[in-house]
Design a protein around this ligand. Structure first.
Ligand code: C5P
Length: 238
């Protein structure tokens, strides 16, 4: 019945608030986005995980991450059953969390992410995360392409050297042996690919508020974003 109470009660999707956090790898946006989603009680979209899943799955299936393979990889991405179970990324019923989280997973992601057909194939999936009471979406083009009407857009930056340092400490703490110059090189390579691509390049939206977190703590960044959330009246009334 078209005019049922359920239909009348349904909130139009564009009134559901979205907070976008875009920025380069290692800027801390994943951590901040998770903390904000928790504090606000909102849903969380880690869009980088989608590109990581597609890149790693394509490699599992022996598909070269080459522009010639774009239609095949996009068709593969369209057909994947992707589920996030807590922190876990489950694809077609298989947990691939560990493989998507390493540096190779990031590099594979940035190769498939430069393919326009692949980006189109995950658009509807990403927009589907916009559910009540709100969404925190982290990535590269959340504010510029996917949620252009978001009432608050943040661009979180930090120098490449600082980002490499942070990653180095993270990996060291996990007991992994890594080289700082090697990490810096990987970060710079990925930045160049993400900023230089023709489709959805990494850049702040015109209406984004920019934070340079190079010499800031995670807590200070979180507090700054929460000030903006409150200023814009996005906190739940309760
Ligand atoms: O954020 P994360 O490091 O997990 O992203 C992995 C890669 O996925 C990025 O380097 C970028 O190439 C791609 N990406 C993207 N658009 C997004 C999120 C991630 O192109 N919205």
């Amino acid at each position: 019945m078209p005019n049922s109470q359920a239909n009348l009660d349904r909130v139009p999707i564009l009134t559901i608030p979205v907070l976008t956090i875009d920025g380069p790898s290692g800027s801390g946006k994943g951590t901040i986005a998770a903390q904000l989603a928790e504090a606000l009680g909102w849903h969380l979209l880690d869009s980088g995980a989608l590109y990581r899943i597609i890149g790693v799955t394509a490699q599992h299936r022996d598909l070269a991450l080459d522009p010639k393979m774009e239609p095949t990889i996009a068709a593969m991405a369209e057909a994947l059953q992707i589920e996030f179970v807590g922190e876990l990324a489950v694809v077609d019923g298989v947990d691939i969390t560990t493989e998507i989280r390493n540096e190779d997973g990031g590099a594979a992601a940035s190769k498939v992410a430069a393919m326009p057909a692949v980006r189109d194939s995950v658009m509807a999936l990403q927009r589907g995360f916009r559910r009540e009471p709100g969404l925190v979406a982290d990535g590269r083009d959340m504010g510029t392409v996917v949620f252009t009407d978001a009432p608050l857009k943040v661009f979180l930056d930090a120098s490449a050297e600082e980002r490499a340092q942070r990653r180095y400490k993270q990996l060291k703490n996990k007991g992994l042996s890594v080289s700082l110059p090697g990490l810096l090189e990987q970060i710079q390579e990925r930045d160049a690919r993400d900023r230089g691509r023709t489709v959805a390049p990494l850049k702040p939206a015109e209406d984004a508020l920019v934070i340079d977190s190079t010499s800031m703590t995670i807590e200070a960044v979180f507090d700054q974003v929460m000030v903006w959330v409150k200023e814009r009246g996005l906190t739940n009334p309760s």
